[in-house]
Design a protein around this ligand. Sequence first.
Ligand code: GLA
Length: 542
Amino acid sequence: MKVIFRYLFACAFLLEVQSVFAQIETPIMGWSSWNTYRVNISDSLIKRQADAMVDQGLKGAGYTYINVDDGFFGYRDEQGNLCTHPKRFPNGMKAVADYIHSKGLKAGIYSDAGGNTCGSLWDKDMNGVGVGLYGHERQDADLFFNQWGFDFIKIDYCGAGQQLELDEQKRYTEIVKAIRETAKKNVSVNICRWAFPGTWAKDLARSWRISPDIAPDWGSVRAIINKNLYLSAYAGEGHYNDMDMLEIGRGLKQEEEEVHFGMWCIMSSPLLIGCDLTTIPESSLNLLKNKELIALNQDPLGLQAYVVQHEGAGYVLVKDIEQKRGKVRAVALYNPSDEVCAFSVPLSLLELGGKVAVRDLVKQRDEKKIRDSLCYDVPPHSVKILRLKAEERLEPRHYEAEWAYLPCFNDLAKRSRGVAYKPYGKASGGMIVSNLGGKAANYAEWKEVYSENGGEYRMRIAYVPAQGNAREVKDRRLEVEINGQKTCITELESDPAKGVCHVTLPIDLRQGYNSVKIGSAYTWTPDIDCFTLERPVKNKKN
Ligand code: GLA
């Protein structure tokens, strides 16, 4: 009897867990026309790719979107109605969307926040002039989503930024409001501003581009990964950093394709294939269909891996999968350099204890069980993507500044003194957060500082006294807020030559998750490296 009750209880618990997860949308998976065809697309080409998506088994592997990028535009008629390219799409776009839907797939479309498309600027496609959303927001939303039936839109910024110099947040807010009020279906929106646009993006879009356009070469893949290394705090709850469409199947070396796909998966980027699906090389197709890597990307927690160790050329990234703060974690040992990189990662850094089972997700094979540390030599331009299952999950005691959520951060390079991630050799992880403070909103927040039992800790903050005029440096302070309780530290080292300095304060954490904020409402803070938590001696047994 007891056993039956336990079984029923376990089932109820699982259902509960599933229903919580069911609410999070995972990154979209599909195909997009831009990388291979640029503006040279047509209805027959798009249909062939939709056919191949099914025939190659990609639909079965989870790829569902067929996205028409730039190139379908014709002109606007006298009433401002958008007409499609008469030669490339003679039967209009509804027929294309209908065909895609008839294959059990979803259909995506493209436009620009301004008047002209990027293709009109860079590909000299004159049909892209005057066809953007500017001044036609509701009219186009009705056409794209209600009349034609598209499910997704990518909204580019060439016409809006380079030609009209509009404000990103204001412009995308207007457009998305028009879409939400007009479309009779829930449209998936992608913001394409080629840099992390700001924390407002998650209120408007499922995903946002964080980098310039990808190209089918190693330098481009590496540069995009580099852009995304410290953006994990902005992804989550069904909203994602978009690392751009995949260049797999377009000539990269095998190990570089593995880095490309593996890192897009562990960083929870949308996965939009960009090659010709009818001629895709077999090894690329197999990689794109690797179930275990896809599961990492489509994991129900929807988290982006963050950098937990950066020593020499190598980066170690980690994220929870399957269950938050559970005993299973995904890890990437990423070597972007041209030399072999020897990784040695203490398992305590990954918050794992006891014996740990290791599975290589690229090779899809189990490795030897480990204890204490994870050691691999990783060849140049390569990655190991691993699933670790431990006997124990340890309480975290170390929090890097570069993991924090910075509400005022963006990568648009428009402000001279905006809060930013800055390399600093002597800092742990080689990275600090600079230009914090100056106003109440400009703080760093660690939203999930975890304590098993709650109680007293000693918080040791590592900071770097920043350069500046003497008065300003002297005024720097740290306002530390634990679950809304603020302490102000004014006695700080002011000589930048001292490098990384420390200050310690006693704090109280509650059991479970805590919010820790560091900022300074009126003056600047010194640059922040990280903080660590220790139990005071009298409480050591906790
Ligand atoms: C921009 C985008 C690309 C693509 C082209 C189309 O460059 O970033 O992804 O959509 O425009 O012209």
